[in-house]
Structures are given as C-alpha cells and as structure tokens.
Design a protein around this ligand. Structure first.
Ligand code: FAD
Length: 538
C-alpha cells in the first residue's frame, strides 16, 4: 500500500465510513467494515499503533483479575476471543503459560485460585489439555526456582496468549487494505464536517505535506483511544460519561538478570498484580496503574514508576537484585477507561462502551486489545444499521494478513525449517523466532533478502536492512521511530541493535523518502531523543 495513492483517494472519493484513529480499535473496525463490503477509510494522526496499542503488556488474555471483580461477562467474552485471535494469526498470538505463585497473605489463596482458574478456563472455553494445573510449594519452585521460597504456598499454572500489539495492529490494517480499505498514517482529523446537523466527514491535515483537505463519509467513527473526548468535543459539549486515563509502564531488563522459565504473575505489597514476562534475550516487567493528566502523546516513565516495579520484582525474586542501571528500555501507555464516580484507577472496569452523539458521530472507548474484534463487530453493526444495509460479521474466520498457519505447531515447524536454512541468522537463538513471530508467512522472503547482503554486511545489519526494505514497501514506514518502535519492536526488546544500526537505517530511509542532509540529521536526533527517554528516568 502506498501512502501517496491512499491520500489522493482520501481527497477525491467519498466513503461509507471514515474511521478516525489507527490503533487496534480503529484497525479492527476498518477490517470488519471492509469485509462487509462497506467503502471504508481510516486516518491516523501519527503512526499506526503509536497510541496505547503499542504500549500494552502485549498479552491476549482473559483477565484473571476481572474474575476477582466478578466481571463474568467480560471474562467470558475476552477469554473466548483469545482462542479466536490465536486462530486468526497463530504466529503473532501464541500460547504462553502463566505461573501464579500463591503467597502468604497474598491476593489469591489455594482453594479460591483452584476454583477461580477452573471457572476462568470454563468461561474462556479452554481445551482440556490446556486447563489449569494447581501446584504445591515444591512443584511451584520447580516451575520457577527464582521465587522467594519462604512465602510460597503453592501456585497455579494456566494458559494465556502473548503478542506484539503494534504488529497485530499492522496485520489487521494490512488485512483491511487487502479488502480495499483506504488507509493512511500521519493524517489528523482537525475538525468534523457537519451538514444539516449530522457529521458527514472530517477536515483533515496531512502532517507530512501540511496539506489540509476534506474527507466525505456517510458515517464517521471516532476510535481515538485516549483522544476520544477531544474528537467528540470538536462539535459537541460533553456531558455525562467521559474518559478517565490511567498510565501503565513496563521495564525491560536483560533475560540473564531475571532468567525466569515462563511468565509469572505475582503480588506487589500494595496487592496489585505484576507481570514478569520473558521474551527473547530480555524479560519485561509491568505494570502500574496511576491517574494521568499530562501530555497524551508522550507519557513518560518516571523514576517513581521504576522503583515501584523494581521493589515488587526484587521482593519476589530475592536473589536477582535488579537495579536501575539494569533497565535497558521501557514504555508507558494510557488506558482509555470510562470514568466511574468514586472508583480508583485499578478498580475501574475495562469494559468498552459506544457513545452515539446527536450529530451522528459514533465514538468507542474502553476495552482491551484482546477484545478488539468483538468491539469492532458491535461498532460495525451500528454503522451497517445506520446505512440500512444487512451485513454479517465474518472476522472470526478471516485469517489475518501473512498469517495462514494452521496452528502454533506449524509456526514452530517453520521456525525450525528457517533456522536450518539460514544458519547465519540462527546463531542468536531468538532471531529467527522473532522474524517468524513478527512477519509470519513472508519471513523466508525477508531472510533471503538479508542473506543476499551477507557478503558486504554483518548479519545484524543485513537482517535489519531486509526488515526495513519489506516494511517500507508494505507497511508505510515514514520515520526511524515507525521502523524501530512499531514495525520491529527493537526499541523495546533489542535497544542495542537500534544504537548499532540506526545510521545505516537512517541513510537507507533518507534515500527512500528523499530526505536532505538536515532532514536526516533531524530524524536521527529525534530517534536519539526517544532512545534517551526510554532508557533514562527522573
Ligand atoms: P489507541 O491505540 O490509543 O489508538 C487511538 C489512535 O487514535 C492513536 O494512534 C492516535 O494517534 C489516534 N488519533 C487520536 N486523535 C486523532 C485525530 N484527531 N486524527 C487521527 N488520529 C487520531 N489490553 C490487552 O488486551 N492486553 C494487555 O496485555 C493490555 N495491557 C495493557 C497495558 C497497559 C499499560 C495499557 C495502557 C493498556 C493495556 N491494554 C491491554 C489495553 C489496550 O492496550 C487498549 O485497550 C488498546 O490498545 C486501545 O486501543 P485503541 O485503538 O482504542 O487506542
């Protein structure tokens, strides 16, 4: 998909549906609507997934803690969605066993957990071989020897799924584009077009060319996550329900500093739950849940956030002694929750909600990455209703772009096959897995291109440049951060590779986008700023 072609279509054509916001919610709606034959456009003011959808815990999970809050319907829906989203993209949403250590005076006692996890499996429709296993103290320590022994009372091992949120958004966007959706990043809705009291499109600005133009559509959906109230208030005074933003952060440490065998979900002293999640050569830790009222574009990880997480981790894994200097990278995201009077950040429901404005604007907020498909179904049903067309949601059967693996076993076989065929990239045990998890069915193509440049480049540069070639051509990469943050996740999970390859990648991207020397310098400066923000804290 080329951005130039798409922006020119946005200017000249009119659409059944315009979606504002290119996070997982907007992407999901774009795919659902296009599959139902609606002529669909989507604009994103920054890069795809640059809002909350690249800053989550990256789990496709049923939300065990919602069971504790007695939100059975939510657990039932998102629990079942896990299996569907796994089926849609088995390389991108893969099974991940979680260990819940039971500790003295903790949130979860043995019998409650045993029953709770069974209910959780039942509500989520988990297959018999994947159902929860309750462990005694010794078995829990065998599963995870680094845990603090003296407080352990046992554990529960249960099934969840893990993903890369920004790659999931990209797979959904590409699937929508394959169904003829017209999509562009770096196009901001600055105002809504209104005719006879009804919204009929948006006045937008192409932030790369500074051109202002109008997009006409019969229905407009506001899927702007943390910005939902801003877009709603362009043409109405907001009364009643509004957003409540809370910030959550994650820290990345070397896997060697916390070499856990699987994801561990454990108690903090304030009774909140914390994740430690191994991934490639690192382990990431999160999250916090604090009220937020700052710059939505750039929520920051503070030293207090870092200390909060490290305190919990060092208590639960007492031999590890993880320090500030061990933190390689980090990210902070904002939960766009629906405000509930008198409720604290952690206790607000994660349910989604649709707001229908009198002027016809449909806004959607709340929810989770995991439930994106069902949220999209509800919104698209509403859109189809407005357009008086009879349609049915088919996204539960539509495999995502580059995702036509039968199941995860087939993904694992593909990893092994490529490791054998491309030994130069298999020296790092996680590299080929990373490629397959990120790019699915086109992994071999990317590896072949990388292999072809091994005569002149080292294997890391060769691979990064091959990823760049693929993503620039197919995934609308407009900046160094788009590439290193959202397309590859390298700023999060392999920040040193960014430092080592940024000059080469910058030179290539300057060629593609015809940046002059000062534009390239500015791009590199902006990337350095991001690298600094993500790895230093005050
Ligand atoms: P966003 O991803 O923020 O997308 C909205 C987009 O709209 C943005 O990209 C923004 O740039 C764009 N936009 C705004 N204004 C305009 C405009 N005027 N014109 C054009 N574009 C505009 N969920 C899970 O299922 N699993 C998890 O493990 C999980 N962990 C989480 C951990 C944290 C710390 C947080 C914060 C959330 C987590 N979630 C998780 C929730 C999940 O990440 C969010 O529900 C989801 O990403 C929200 O997606 P969205 O598309 O609604 O919003």
């Amino acid at each position: 998909m080329t951005r130039t072609e798409n922006t020119s279509k946005l200017k000249s054509e009119s659409f059944d549906l315009l979606i504002i916001g290119g996070g997982i919610t907007g992407a999901g709606i774009a795919l659902d609507a296009s599959l139902r034959g609606l002529k669909t456009a989507l604009i994103e003011m920054n890069d795809f997934a640059s809002g909350t959808s690249s800053r989550s815990s990256k789990l496709i999970h049923g939300g065990l803690r919602y069971l504790k809050q007695l939100e059975f319907k939510l657990v039932n829906e998102v629990g079942r969605e896990r299996a569907i989203v796994h089926y849609l993209a088995p390389h991108l949403v893969h099974p991940d066993k979680m260990l819940l250590p039971l500790v003295k005076d903790g949130n979860y006692g043995y019998w409650l957990t045993s029953m709770g996890l069974s209910v959780y499996d039942f509500l989520a429709g988990v297959s018999p071989e994947d159902r929860r296993q309750m462990l005694d103290e010794k078995e829990t320590l065998e599963a995870e020897p680094l845990l603090r022994k003296e407080i352990l009372e046992g554990g529960g091992l249960y099934a969840e799924y893990r993903t890369d949120d920004a790659r999931l958004v990209m797979a959904v966007i590409q699937s929508a584009v394959a169904e003829k959706a017209c999509i562009s990043n770096y196009v901001k809705a600055e105002d809504l077009l209104v005719s006879k009291g009804q919204v009929v499109g948006a006045k937008v600005k192409d932030l790369l060319s500074n051109e202002v133009f109008e997009i006409k559509a019969k229905v407009v959906v506001n899927a702007t996550g943390p910005w939902v109230d801003e877009v709603r208030s362009l043409k109405e005074k907001i009364t009643g329900k509004r957003l409540h933003l809370t910030k959550g952060i994650h820290l990345v440490v070397p896997r060697a500093k916390l070499p856990i065998k699987q994801t561990v979900y454990f108690d903090h002293s304030d009774r909140r739950m914390i994740f430690a999640i191994p991934r490639g050569n690192v382990t990431y830790l999160g999250t916090t849940d604090t009220d937020f009222d700052g710059d939505k574009m750039n929520p920051r990880v503070t030293l207090a956030d870092v200390n909060y997480i490290l305190e919990a981790v060092n208590y639960m894994f007492p031999e590890q002694n993880i320090m500030l200097k061990d933190v390689l990278s980090s990210w902070a995201g904002l939960r766009p929750l629906i405000h509930e009077e008198g409720k604290s950040a952690s206790s607000i429901s994660r349910k989604d909600e649709i707001f229908n404005s009198d002027n016809g604007l449909i806004s959607i907020a709340g929810g989770k990455l995991t439930g994106y498909r069902k949220m999209a179904e509800r919104v698209t049903d509403e859109v189809a209703n407005r357009l008086e067309v009879e349609t049915e949601c088919t996204t539960d059967e539509h495999k995502l772009f580059n995702s036509s693996f039968k199941d995860y076993a087939e993904v694992e076989t593909e990893v092994k096959r490529l490791e054998k065929n491309f030994p130069a990239f298999a020296e790092n045990p996680y590299e080929i897995k990373y490629i397959v998890h990120n790019y699915g069915k086109v992994s071999e193509e990317i590896l072949k291109q990388a292999e072809a440049s091994l005569a002149t480049e080292n294997s890391e540069v060769a691979l990064v440049l091959a990823e760049l070639a693929y993503t620039t051509e197919n995934e609308m990469v407009c900046s160094l951060q788009d590439f290193f943050d959202r397309r590859t996740g390298r700023i999060n999970f392999n920040i040193d590779s960014v430092r080592r390859t940024k000059a080469r990648v910058g030179a290539e991207l300057a060629n593609t986008h015809q940046w002059n020397a000062s534009e390239l310098t500015e791009e590199l400066r902006a990337l350095d700023e991001v690298l600094k923000e993500r790895s230093s804290f005050d």
